[in-house]
Design a protein around this ligand. Structure first.
Ligand code: FCB
Length: 456
């Protein structure tokens, strides 16, 4: 590892996507509906009534998309599997045509020298299971492990990196507490129960993996470092609570065997007692942890906002992305170092990082996206800083390969390195994709080039 090129030779340079956001054809070949299919088809739930019916048509165009990844020089790709394509009812009969899609996708990736990282759950629960209570049903852990086992048996000979859950925090906060994501519940009493069953499901799948898997399995969480707005005791305490709710909620039980002490206070009467043996189960050793990082939060004690939503201090506008998320690269270094010191040592991946900006194609068809290019450069530099400080970072996955269905925001927010014209499904690599390709080709060297990231 030289001073200027600290990225290890086997560093994974990837991009990430998820099934419902890109595949389209959600009911094709015998698939069952997912909660996202039903949610998006419920009037008023997504911007402009957008759905994933077509999305990026990746279900039919995956070969072209894999060729595109190859062209950009990616050596890794993180995707998710749609549970209800494999098990249309969520459990019971396996649909071989659904499984066949993922087998062909994985084979195409391997043919092109791209290492797959497969996420088992990126928010698209089979609707049939939601009708049985979804993540509120204690049996959900077993449903999940049964589904996971189908995949392990079919693909563990080819998939070296498995992820159980993507961002359980978002599943619970958006899906069960605030109702802005599927399944659309708004119930503080439901939230901690769903969270607990998600953690049990994660652990039960890891146990199933230890019984027959041979590669590596981990969890992906979204983390957002919290900084106090002032040094007052009130702000410092609010920052601790925000940190407990966002960052420690799903990691303390997995790595330390219990929930953060702030959570009962945060949830008040809605906080239940959990069976003690569950914590032994949840604490399964992991092979790696994936971190999704987008932004930070500056926290101010704000009685009106409390509980469950510490106040956000607004920063200057030009420092925010299209979703109003502050651009703060230093937060990536900080959160990687925090994870390594609190829960480590363990291999880490940045499993998502990216920015929503809208840059329409120019007259010649090219797409220049200077703000995304700069975001990418600055966050890769921030990841490099963590590596230099001794964090065991093994890879980086940009969110996202393609512009795609951004959940409740529909198609209004574009995160892709590659522009998608949804009317024609034409793909155009943006300037950020070309920049990323240069970075990958030079093992990170291009991050220091004079004009890297288009400052001018
Ligand atoms: C993350 C999700 C991903 C995408 C990005 C912008 O929370 O995992 O699917 O929506 O945010």
């Amino acid at each position: 590892m030289s001073a200027s090129l600290p990225f290890p030779a086997d560093f994974l340079w990837g991009a990430a996507t998820s099934a419902y956001q890109i595949e389209g054809s959600p009911l094709a070949d015998g698939a069952g509906p997912s909660i996202w299919h039903e949610f998006a088809h419920t009037p008023g739930r997504t911007r402009d009534g957008d759905t994933g019916d077509m999305a990026c048509d990746h279900y039919r165009r995956y070969r072209d998309d894999v060729a595109l990844m190859r062209e950009l020089g990616l050596n890794a790709y993180r995707f998710s599997v749609s549970w209800s394509r494999l098990l249309p009812e969520g459990r019971g009969c396996v649909n071989p045509r659904g499984l066949g899609f993922y087998e062909r996708l994985v084979d195409a990736l391997l043919e092109h020298g791209i290492q797959p990282m497969a996420t088992l759950y990126h928010w698209d629960l089979p609707a049939a299971l939601d009708r049985l209570g979804g993540w509120l049903n204690p049996d959900s852990a077993h449903w999940f492990a049964e589904y996971a086992q189908v995949l392990f048996r079919a693909l563990d000979d080819r998939v070296e990196l498995w992820v159980t859950l993507n961002e359980p925090w978002v599943v619970v906060d958006g899906g069960y507490l605030h109702g802005v994501l599927a399944p659309g519940q708004r119930n503080p009493f439901a939230a901690p129960v769903a969270a607990h069953h998600l953690l049990r499901a994660h652990a039960t799948a890891v146990q199933a993996y230890r019984a027959e898997g041979r590669q590596r399995i981990g969890l992906v969480v979204n983390l957002e470092p919290k900084y106090p707005a002032t040094e007052t005791v009130a702000d410092l305490n609010a920052t601790m609570r925000a940190d407990a709710y966002w960052n420690r909620y799903y990691l303390d039980p997995v790595f330390l065997g219990g929930y953060p002490p702030e959570l009962p206070e945060i949830f008040g009467a809605a906080w239940p007692t959990f069976p003690e043996p569950d914590f032994e189960l949840i604490r399964q050793p992991l092979d790696f942890l994936g971190i999704n990082y987008y932004s930070r939060q500056v926290v101010r004690h704000d009685v009106d906002d409390w509980p469950l939503n510490a106040g956000r201090v607004r920063q200057a506008r030009q420092t925010h992305t299209g979703l109003d998320w502050e651009v703060y690269p230093q937060g990536l270094t900080d959160i990687l170092e925090w994870v390594a010191s609190r829960y480590g040592p363990l291999p880490l991946y940045v499993t998502e990082n990216g920015a929503a900006f809208y840059d329409p194609p120019q007259a010649d068809g090219a797409v220049d996206d200077p703000l995304r290019r700069r975001y990418l450069r600055d966050h890769l530099r921030a990841a490099r800083a963590a590596l230099r400080n001794g964090v065991d970072l093994r890879g980086y996955f940009a969110w996202s390969l393609l512009d795609n269905f951004e959940w409740a925001h529909g198609y209004s927010q574009r995160f892709g390195l590659v522009h998608v014209d949804y009317a024609t499904q034409r793909r155009t690599p943006k300037a950020s994709a070309r920049f990323y390709a240069d970075v990958i080709r030079g093992g990170g060297g291009a991050l220091d080039a004079e004009d890297a990231g288009g400052d001018g």
